[in-house]
Design a protein around this ligand. Structure first.
Ligand code: PMP
Ligand code: GLU
Length: 394
């Protein structure tokens, strides 16, 4: 008999992590799987960051840290926000957490009451909807498609707002579409929100540095949005530090205080060694990580060129992050090598089994027509993966 709570029974498994686990399992069986499912840079963490961690171990950093993060780490975050985003935060507005994923979880748990609606422009990052539901919220999806570069317009936002709307959550650069909202587009969204002062904004900027079109712009830069925006960021992507598990927020201080209180009962704070290492990451000039961004840019060009030759994959040019999000709906209803592909989950499974390439179904991101392909993999792997996909589909 299932004795588990309704809460866990109703929770979906993270599709990105599930696909990565499946790929790992097949590899253990001896299959040569190319993993393009997980959004995880394949670089080493920069040496200067590793050295800071080693130093922290040797200096006997081993105690609980302040729940919301070391003071000097918060100073580094404050300086980073000023340097990169021209945003002014004070220490009481910053909370360091165990990954941006926990930052998001904290926000949902301190902001949402049962039945509160959260607007999610689709496609959205896979965990948003479950984190919101776990905390009693109701995700309200706003559909976009490849023809508008997967971006929500101001009119679409206005049409989705109801008296129950409490928040809007989005990422820019976006996981999974790679779309980047321009300053004008964000301003148009902000103008709608001016009519609804009770709606709060989560601006997830974890891909901030992986932007191929110029300066990063964000919601909190608008004076009339600053006091209602929670800026989420972290080091997983920019510094290739996914396993170190450090994320952070800049927020109105009553929200930051609530996240601190929540975290004090759940984790007691993030790992001490990782926090020390992140100080060095954030204090470094962004030019230190440019080699990774340049490589992602080269890979984006490579994968887009290769995908042009895959019949039935319609792809736009993503402006940031390290994903392409091709529309594969041209295949729905077709039978290839005995397998009928009726939806994007069938496509992702077919590519895994037939081409031995792991991708993620767009359904997990609220888009039923696309699959997400991560190009955080070597150029050789990308070339071989797209060759296999092409062959499997032919
Ligand atoms: N937001 C987005 C858009 C992401 O892609 C991810 C995945 N890393 C996260 C948040 C969570 O990142 P972290 O590793 O810091 O928990
Ligand atoms: N954010 C990454 C992704 O979307 C990592 C996996 C996860 O945290 O879910 O693939």
């Amino acid at each position: 008999m299932n004795q588990l709570s309704d809460r866990i029974n109703n929770l979906s498994t993270s599709a990105t992590l599930a696909m990565a686990a499946k790929a790992r399992e097949l590899r253990a069986e001896g299959k040569d799987i190319i993993g393009l499912s997980l959004g995880e840079p394949d670089f080493n963490t920069p040496d200067f960051v590793k050295e800071a961690a080693i130093k922290a171990v040797n200096e006997n950093y081993n105690s609980y840290t302040p729940v919301d993060g070391y003071g000097d780490l918060k100073d580094a975050i404050i300086n980073k926000f000023k340097r990169d985003n021209n945003l002014t935060y004070t220490a009481s507005q910053i909370v360091v957490s165990t990954g941006a994923k926990q930052s998001l979880f904290n926000i949902a748990s301190v902001m949402l009451n049962k039945g509160d609606e959260v607007i999610l422009p689709c496609p959205y990052w896979v965990s948003y909807s479950d984190i919101i539901k776990l905390n009693g919220g109701v995700p309200v999806e706003v559909k976009t498609d490849i023809n508008n570069d997967f971006k929500m317009s101001a009119e679409q936002l206005r049409a989705a707002i109801t008296p129950k709307t409490k928040m809007i959550w989005y990422s820019s650069p976006c996981n999974p579409s790679g779309s980047v909202y321009s300053k004008e587009e964000l301003r148009a969204i902000a103008d709608v929100l001016l009519d609804y002062p009770h709606i709060y904004i989560v601006s997830d900027e974890i891909y901030e540095h992986i932007n191929f079109i110029g300066d990063h712009v964000n919601m909190a830069q608008f004076d009339d949005m600053y006091h209602r925006t929670i800026t989420v960021n972290g080091v997983s992507k920019a510094f290739s530090m996914t396993g170190w598990r450090i994320g952070y927020i800049g927020a109105p201080d009553w929200i930051a205080r609530a996240c601190n209180k929540m975290q004090g009962q759940v984790t007691s704070g993030a790992n001490c060694i990782a926090q020390r290492a992140v100080i060095s990451a954030l204090e470094a000039d962004p030019s230190e990580i440019k080699y990774m961004i340049d490589e992602f840019k080269t890979r984006r060009k490579l994968i887009l060129n290769l995908l042009e030759d895959v019949e039935g994959f319609k792809t736009n040019e993503p402006e940031g992050a390290f994903y392409v999000f091709p529309d594969v709906s041209a295949y729905f209803g077709r039978t290839i090598k005995g397998t009928t592909i009726n939806n994007t989950s069938d496509m992702a499974m077919f590519l895994l089994e037939e081409a031995h390439v792991a991708t993620v179904t767009g359904e997990a991101f609220g888009n039923p027509d696309c699959i997400r392909i991560s190009y955080a993999a070597s150029q050789e792997q990308i070339i071989e993966a797209i060759r296999r996909i092409k062959e499997a589909l032919s």
